[in-house]
Design a protein around this ligand. Structure first.
Ligand code: HEC
Ligand code: HEC
Length: 269
């Protein structure tokens, strides 16, 4: 269970937002600033500390947070916590993930409050956001697709949540599902996040299956460049730790996405 849990933990990048790596902060003791158009978020302490972390949470409370984006006290979470993707995880995976997190050292570190402007600082308004943008899981396998495609879909859409960065967002911050993975200039500081649909001109349609698999393992692109920025963490702490079969399933799924022509303009200075 712990081994499965660790695998899910790495794949889904929990530590990327809940550990302040740049400052060598303790694992899951709370993350660095996440800048968004709505304000700055700080991933909270999710270590098993009973007061400062989530050490008192039951399995049901943890499942509810991941599936519905609701806290044990009944508050709605901001989608800066990508539960819009994690909602698709199976109960079993969520429980194994919790077992692994609860095997880690408890960290006595207080949460930093988010700094959000009006009206985004009003948490209850999120129920409305959810009616627009949260499609609750778990993932349902498509019976007309192969086992490998379904595994890829589960990895990409639920665990590794590629679309949380690669899919363009509406002005309210919801993912535009019709443009899934088509890229945007909406990363932190208007950073450009590339189109990873199989469009040959504006996406990664010219990459072979092997090249996609290799980039997710090594962090090297077909042109010899290396992934930088947020994608470095995705590979270094995530996809590089997956099995070959899972990296292949991701690539198979990406190759089968509908190609979308969308050239992402360079960000405005
Ligand atoms: C992209 C950044 C990001 C990733 C990746 C991420 N989280 Fe979070 N998480 C957040 C933010 C930001 C919040 C605070 C949300 C809020 O205040 O409404 C949060 C909140 C939480 C909470 C609620 C904590 C509390 O005190 O109420 C839990 C539990 C949680 N995350 C678990 C996880 C797990 C498990 C993973 C990996 C599967 C994960 N998160 C991945 C950003 C992230
Ligand atoms: C936390 C945000 C984030 C997540 C999650 C994410 N990416 Fe990325 N990705 C980026 C950024 C930013 C870049 C640009 C990297 C650079 O400039 O070096 C990128 C670049 C890429 C590229 C290179 C495309 C090109 O044309 O150069 C591929 C392929 C890619 N990502 C695939 C994926 C896949 C597959 C996943 C899910 C397993 C994923 N990404 C998840 C942020 C993310």
């Amino acid at each position: 269970m712990l081994e499965r849990g660790k695998y899910i933990f790495d794949a889904s990048g929990c530590a990327n937002c809940h550990t302040d790596r740049a400052k060598k902060g303790p694992l899951l003791g709370g993350g660095a600033a996440i800048k968004t158009p709505f304000g700055t978020f700080y991933g909270p302490n999710i270590s098993p500390h009973p007061e400062r972390g989530i050490g008192k949470w039951s399995d049901a409370q943890f499942i509810r947070a991941m599936r519905e984006g609701v806290s044990p006290a009944g508050d709605h979470y901001y989608p800066a916590f990508p539960y819009t993707s994690f909602t698709l995880m199976t109960d079993r995976d969520i429980k194994d993930l919790k077992a692994y997190i609860f095997s880690l050292p408890p960290i006595d570190r207080q949460n930093r409050p988010h700094t959000l402007g009006f009206p985004y600082n009003i948490r209850w308004g999120l129920w409305f956001w959810k009616t627009l943008y949260l499609e609750e899981g778990p993932y349902k396998a498509a019976p007309d697709k192969s086992k490998e495609w379904n595994r890829g879909a589960y990895l990409v859409e639920a665990l590794t949540h590629c679309g949380e960065c690669h899919t363009p967002r509406t002005s309210l911050g919801g993912m535009k599902r019709s443009l899934s993975m088509a890229g945007n200039a909406q990363g932190p500081d208007n950073e450009r996040i590339p189109n990873i649909t199989p469009d040959p001109k504006t996406g990664i349609g010219k990459w072979s299956l092997a090249e996609i698999i290799d980039s997710l393992e090594t962090g090297s692109l077909p042109d010899g460049d290396e992934f930088g920025s947020l994608m470095y963490d995705v590979v270094e702490h995530g996809t590089s730790k997956l099995t070959d079969a899972d990296r292949r399933a991701i690539a198979v799924y990406l190759k089968a996405l509908p190609p979308i022509q969308n050239s992402v303009a360079k960000p405005k200075k």
